[in-house]
Ligand binder design. Sequence first.
Ligand code: UDX
Length: 442
Amino acid sequence: MHVASSRKKIAIIGTGYVGMACAIGFAEFGHTVVGYDILPERIRLLQRGMTPYREAGIAEALARHLSEERASFVEDFESAVDGADFIIIAVGTPSLSDGTADLSAVEAVVAQLSPLHLNGATVVLRSTVPPGTSDRVALALRGSAEVVYAPEFLREGSAVADFLSPDRVVAGAESAEAGQRYCALFSHLNRPMLVMSLIDAELVKAASNAFLAMKISFANQVANLCDGLEADALEVLGAVGHDRRIGSMFLHPGIGFGGPCFEKDLKSLIHVMNTANTNASLLEATLEINDRQPRRIVETIKDELGDDLSSFRFGVWGLTFKGGTNDLRDSLALRVVDEILAAGGQVVAYDPSYRDGATESQRFELADSALAAADADVLVVLTDWPQFAKIDERAIAARVRRRLVIDGRNVLDASALRDAGMTYRGIGRRRTVDSLELAETG
Ligand code: UDX
């Protein structure tokens, strides 16, 4: 743990992924954190060391900070913020049906803060908000607190690690001093500290997520082209990513991006662009490509088995929106499962973090191991859990009756599966031979 030169009291409003990463992260830096949530049952669980979601190391870190009294959780808003040097707002901003962000939770927190004597506290907004929101928050709190907008770039499953090791710290602020006060909390990390206006920082968040989503849609388009040309997307995109101007991250083709952030943030940005009379076609195409991408799985299945799937049982590996989380929100894996069901197929699914979902299991069966799910006609991989790649290919081949694997995440070893007698279809992968075999024969 880093021992902060000057220990601050940091109130965290909202204990979801972002709030919890801030709470654990600032406690790791040696500060005293007090968490508050509108859900009293969540606070009571946190007081007993139970986290609202799973992430490597988070339960141990929470237990340590509770016992060393660096972290506490309270049901009363005013006592959470009383005497705080920083008040972090990390409440949800979900999408409304027209794509705009629902800011009611942020507004409710600001309304609770407005009448209080905040004694020069710095209010730090970390929820993702449309441009202009922080300026309105600053106006509402003028005279009682200075406002900073500090976008978060945390990924689910590694949110605490991402908090502790940011690529950069971005602080949009009403004044340079307020921005620097926030950045000082991270000064021991020696990372770039970027202080800017509130609206610029809001746009950093929007543009970062839009770019990452665009990169994934681009990778998926290249992969789809590779499928059409019998080329190998992993070879092509791997070499493309070695160009340092491009970079290899977020170039992995698959069934598309899911999760609670990208689609919501893109829709919100498109709405803002339309309102500002700015052409949003690049972002619209990013969403449209992503919307179409999961359909490739059922198309590939039908290509192999014909249009009527009613006599087939599909073993599905992975339901969450990505490996390493237990989050089903906007999971494209579930979309693919629905499409298989709609085409008449039966589904038995296995997910390492999702074994007791009552609602889902009404639509399809849940298996309690990957190999149990593979006891089917066809195996379909929909989430990139790393453990799937470790499963013995001969054990897979012994179970999958039609000897067909559709790998929607390109996580399995194509040549080992082919050696075991399976037909392997990935996203942007050659159907018959891998490139090494091709080079040897050519
Ligand atoms: C994302 C951003 O990365 C993070 O900065 C922001 O704060 C919140 O949104 P997260 O939603 O946790 O984080 O997931 P991320 O790891 O970015 O993956 C998003 C989706 O894209 C997943 O469905 C993932 O499987 C998919 N993905 C990611 C790809 O299909 N290909 C890739 O190369 C990378």
